[in-house]
Design a protein around this ligand. Structure first.
Ligand code: SF4
Ligand code: SF4
Length: 299
């Protein structure tokens, strides 16, 4: 009996030793070298894992920085001091990136845009309202104003103003793109902070059809196109658009004759200064449905 016990124990010990040796050899032979600087750079990053740099997280970004495939400055969440610290640690250029921020292609808040209906569903979110016939707003491109974008922003960079529009605080925005993704109307876009000329409208209706729904809609009149440097502003699907790659041609002249103030000159947050065309609260003109019917919009 004792002998059987000793044999069994010996087999177990032998197997244990055998596999321990195999694992020890494998760990040496198959070891993947990881640059210790990756940990160091990751520690200097903000650990936000926000994706603003285009990578799935801070570690993936640190690996690319170490490989020399991106510059530290691509992380727009880090402070300039942190970027310089990383660049100094690696002995590379910081590669200052242009700041990108989220801008809203709509200025039609409660005071400017008409509602055709009221939503009484249980989902009081923009996405909930949008599934019911696109939402209650007369302009089907317009902001629904329930703040899904504000709720999703982890950087506290969006607040809803009294007009029911989301206002982005440029200094807090890290261009992570979460608001772009969540907005059911696709109203946010990420553009360089240095771009001042901006069309705050996405409506693809023209002239009175657009104006009938929102007092600050772009009517596609083309005045800004004529007043801006050639090629800077174009009309695309009945709405003016500023070409970001030509922003070095920007001048305030382009906004001077806009009849609705759809095109604005931005320095800082949107909607910070009162629009020329914004009626006081409660003074919005009733929607002229007959005119729409004449234009066969509803048929
Ligand atoms: S921008 Fe989009 S998500 Fe934000 S309040 Fe307006 S509709 Fe809702
Ligand atoms: S001037 Fe104003 S309304 Fe006319 S196309 Fe330009 S942005 Fe639109």
């Amino acid at each position: 009996m004792m002998q059987e016990y000793i044999i069994g124990l010996s087999i177990l010990v032998g197997l244990g030793l055998f596999f321990a040796v195999i694992l020890a050899v494998a760990s040496v032979k198959l070891k993947v070298f990881e640059d210790p600087r990756i940990d160091a750079v990751e520690d200097m990053l903000p650990h936000a894992n926000c994706g603003a740099c285009g990578q799935p997280g801070c570690r993936a970004f640190a690996e690319l920085v170490i490989k020399g495939e991106v510059k530290p400055g691509k992380c727009t969440v880090s402070s300039p001091e942190a970027i310089e610290q990383i660049a100094g640690f690696l002995g590379i250029d910081a590669g200052a990136e242009e700041r990108i921020i989220a801008r809203l292609r709509c200025a039609g808040g409660k005071a400017e845009a008409h509602h055709l209906a009221e939503y009484h569903g249980t989902l009081s979110t923009c996405r909930g309202e949008a599934v019911v016939n696109g939402g209650p707003k007369a302009c089907s491109w317009g902001c629904l104003g329930l703040g899904d974008c504000m709720d999703v922003c982890e950087f506290d960079a969006i607040h809803m103003n009294e007009d029911g529009l989301p206002v982005v605080t440029p200094d807090r925005c890290v261009a992570c793109g979460d608001c772009v993704e969540i907005c059911p109307k696709g109203l946010f876009e990420l553009i360089p902070e240095s771009q001042h000329l901006y069309v705050q409208c996405k409506s693809e209706l023209e002239g009175d059809l657009a104006l009938n729904r929102c007092s600050v809609a772009c009517t596609a009149c083309g005045k800004c196109v004529a007043d801006a440097s050639p090629g800077l502003v174009e009309i695309d699907h009945h709405v003016a658009r500023v070409k970001t790659d030509l922003r070095h041609l920007e001048a305030r002249e382009a906004i001077r004759r806009c009849p609705t103030n759809a095109i604005v000159w931005l320095e800082g947050p949107q909607f910070a200064s009162p629009s020329r065309n914004r009626p006081a609260f409660g003074q919005i003109e009733p929607i002229r449905m007959e005119e729409d019917l004449e234009n066969h919009y509803w048929q």
